[in-house]
Write a protein that binds this ligand. Structure first.
Ligand code: HEM
Length: 260
């Protein structure tokens, strides 16, 4: 294991220097003049989300390593953290629920052509999680060549593929994982992956709600899309189709039928 316990020699480390606070706090640059009272919040929620996206990508990397190692419990633990991070990033959206439409309209023009759809880290998260839907791949091309970080994740196996490999190694089917009590660690892993899917869909859903609440269902996005209408289509995209499909197998035409 790498030893991280001995710090390198250097100047005194303090709270502001360790966290690079001077630089960090100089990075919020409202464009309105005089400054609109709501622009700082708007910038910070986006910047903080991007910071959490950065941590999420880092933790997904760790999850991939654990899945490749075949360490089921470490993978479950990695997903516990990932799901906690998703809850944080989703909760932040509610701060912008306090931005009424007329106030956003007062500074939206200052955003130019900037749009969340240009977030390379968000696209990388989708790619890392295993999204390969045509709608997603088409959205990637919209802003020219996809960023390197996205292309890198697209070239790797998806989380679903890594999970399938793990099942092969355990010589067990997904259906058996849900039926055989001896497979409970793999069941926990399957359910944690599903929770991740749900938490991502929840972000998408609450983001569309936020968008509709602020700019309405019909206003086009600054990214030139159909706005909320385009976003609504993304809510049903799935990272782990097999984990959803397997459920139906326990509900065949005669299962669960009341006794005659
Ligand atoms: C005032 C609040 C917000 C409004 C009105 C808004 C509006 C929109 C709209 C209309 C789109 C569709 C693409 C476009 O044409 O621009 C979009 C996409 C997106 N927004 Fe927001 N947004 C808001 C807050 C946020 C926040 C806080 C984040 C956090 C990073 C965010 C991240 C994204 C991302 C990642 C996409 C791309 C989603 C996808 O393609 O599936 N947005 N937003």
């Amino acid at each position: 294991m790498t030893d991280h316990s001995t710090p390198a020699a250097g100047g005194e480390i303090t709270y502001p220097s360790y966290l690079a606070l001077d630089e960090l706090l100089a990075l919020q640059r409202p464009r309105t003049k005089p400054e609109h009272p709501d622009e700082l919040l708007f910038i910070v929620v986006h910047q903080a989300s991007e910071l959490w996206f950065k941590v999420l990508l880092h933790e997904l990397e760790a999850l991939v390593t654990q899945l490749q190692r075949g360490d089921v419990l470490a993978s479950v633990f990695a997903l516990k953290r990932i799901n906690a991070l998703m809850s944080i990033v989703t909760a932040q959206l509610s701060a912008l629920d306090t931005l009424p439409p007329h106030r956003f309209a007062e500074f939206r023009g200052y955003l130019g052509s900037s749009s969340g759809s240009q977030s390379a880290q968000f696209r990388a998260l989708e790619a890392a999680s295993g999204l390969r839907e045509p709608h997603f791949l088409a959205a990637l091309e919209e802003h020219g060549e996809p960023p390197a970080v996205v292309k890198e994740w697209l070239g790797r196996p998806t989380l679903q593929q890594l999970f399938d490999d793990l099942l092969d190694r355990h010589r067990v089917t997904l259906e058996a994982v849900y039926q055989d009590p001896a497979q409970s660690p793999l069941l926990m892993l399957a359910e944690s992956l599903l929770e991740y899917e749900q938490s991502f869909a929840l972000w998408r859903y609450l983001h569309v709600q936020l968008v509709e609440r602020i700019i309405g269902p019909l206003t086009g996005g600054t990214g030139g899309t159909l706005g909320a209408k385009y976003l609504q289509r993304t809510v049903s995209q799935r990272f782990f189709p097999k984990l959803w499909e397997v459920r139906a197998r326990f509900f065949g035409s005669d299962s669960g039928a009341p006794p005659r």
